[in-house]
Design a protein around this ligand. Structure first.
Ligand code: NAG
Ligand code: NAG
Ligand code: NAG
Ligand code: NAG
Ligand code: NAG
Ligand code: NAG
Length: 400
């Protein structure tokens, strides 16, 4: 692809008027670097300098390295050979197709890049959001099948509804394609009109205009510090705690939260959406002795009095915890003062499920905990454990 591009630039230079005068060319293809609609017909001609003493009928053409059949040629004059291509296919790359004129030995005399594609279609699905009111990012999808096969520019434009002048978004560095971030000179309490213009050498198209107030499209970072812990020995419950995203404090937003949780080996999330503006919540009705994954997300509401619901943040990273076993007499749970210790064990097993059959946890120089478990139950609470915990280093015991 790189080679092809360089190739095209080479010919572009040779044939730029003013760089070299016509008389210095050995040959010229006309038209030079045309932009054509898919399916159209093209007749190109290769003119050779009479001083070369080459007859047009001895020349041949290639397109992307493939020789074109002579049935498509016409000798227009002793120094001018044409080729006619009907129903042009779209360019295989946006750097164009190479149409090349060769002498009878195959040497390249001249070249031209063909750019064959379609005008852009109306961009669709324009949506915008503002992270903590600090920016306004919009994304869209190209219209139609999305491929014009020639270089196409997308420009996000906007203006303040009543008195603004038209402006253009400059920051297209956002990680998503077809998106742009406005980061400066943002106005709150004034509606924006926003649209996308797509253009290439075959045409242009404009999306629908959307109107929005930044305060109505605010989203935040996900809640941080999500912890999940047991509620005493209650075997069907877990307690979830989190912290509000810092921006909520900075901007006096209120927030509502959602929690979702699932069983370790299930993809079905159960959503609790009536959490309100608390920063903790209890999950009940869970299975005993089972690992759950929990996530929390945040929606800023009532920002500076806005009546509209905000946009949900991303979900926080999943946090795992297990409910207590219901089996009475479980040895570990009897001796289990250290919740922390137990969670560490689970985490290690979870990260190395293949090694789940056995894991040894070392705590300092003297303490070892050996866990044995069936692989498929690797992240469940252990059914049995051999612990070598010197009296002095057991959690809760005075050291020394
Ligand atoms: C291309 O040429 C074919 C004949 O080879 C003709 O039928 C067709 O109408 C032409 N198409 C265009 C777009 O001019
Ligand atoms: C070669 O023929 C084409 C088609 O008739 C014409 O447009 C072009 O000007 C000719 N080139 C030269 C250098 O005569
Ligand atoms: C367009 O593509 C088809 C299938 O690849 C091929 O048969 C045809 O020759 C191509 N047409 C041109 C003008 O290159
Ligand atoms: C047009 O571009 C798309 C995406 O790059 C490609 O899949 C398709 O094959 C191209 N069309 C042709 C005729 O090469
Ligand atoms: C635009 O959004 C609609 C509805 O969400 C979806 O069905 C469609 O596939 C999207 N179009 C594109 C090109 O992404
Ligand atoms: C939570 O909501 C209640 C009532 O909707 C409200 O009185 C309280 O101030 C809110 N708390 C926070 C921290 O936003």
């Amino acid at each position: 692809m790189k080679a092809v591009l360089d190739f095209c630039l080479l010919f572009l230079m040779l044939h730029t008027p003013g760089v070299l005068s016509l008389s210095t060319h050995v040959a010229i293809i006309y038209p030079q670097d045309p932009v054509l609609r898919m399916g159209s017909n093209l007749t190109a001609s290769c003119w050779v300098h009479p001083d070369l003493g080459v007859h047009a009928s001895s020349l041949f053409w290639t397109l992307n390295g493939q020789q074109l059949p002579s049935s498509l040629y016409r000798v227009l004059s002793p120094t001018n050979l044409s080729v006619t291509l009907a129903g042009l296919n779209a360019s295989r790359q946006t750097s164009g197709d190479n149409l090349v004129c060769h002498n009878h030995k195959g040497h390249i005399l001249a070249g031209s890049c063909l750019y064959v594609g379609m005008p852009p279609q109306k961009p669709v699905n324009l949506t915008c959001w503002s992270r903590n009111t600090k920016d306004l990012t919009c994304s869209w999808a190209p219209g139609g099948k999305g491929e014009t096969n020639i270089s196409t520019q997308y420009r996000l434009k906007y203006k303040l509804r009543w008195y603004g002048t038209e402006k253009q978004c400059e920051d297209y560095t956002h990680t998503q394609p077809y998106s742009c971030s406005i980061t400066q000179d943002l106005h709150l309490f004034t509606p924006y009109e926003i649209w996308v213009e797509a253009s290439n050498q075959l045409g242009r198209a404009t999306s629908d205009v959307i109107t929005l107030d930044i305060l109505d499209v605010v989203t935040t970072d996900p809640p941080s510090g999500v912890t999940v812990s047991r509620v005493g020995q209650l075997e069907d419950q877990l307690s979830v705690r989190w912290e509000a995203p810092p921006a909520l404090k900075d901007f006096l937003f209120q927030a509502k939260y959602q929690i979702r949780y699932r069983l370790e080996d299930s993809q079905d999330w159960k959503v609790m959406d009536d959490v309100g503006n608390q920063t903790s919540c209890r999950l009940a009705g869970l299975r005993p002795g089972t690992v759950y994954f929990v996530q929390v997300r945040c929606n800023p509401v009532g920002i500076y009095g806005s009546r509209k619901a905000g946009i949900w943040s991303e979900w926080s990273h999943p946090t795992a915890a297990s409910t207590p076993h219901s089996v009475a007499g479980n040895q570990l749970s009897h001796r289990r003062a250290p919740d922390v210790l137990r969670l560490e064990v689970e985490r290690r097993l979870q990260l190395h499920p293949a090694q789940g059959a056995e894991a040894v946890l070392r705590l300092g120089a003297e303490t070892r905990l050996r866990l044995q478990q069936h692989v498929h139950e690797a992240v469940r609470p252990v059914a049995s454990a051999d612990a070598e915990i010197p009296q002095s280093s057991q959690p809760g015991s005075p050291r020394g």
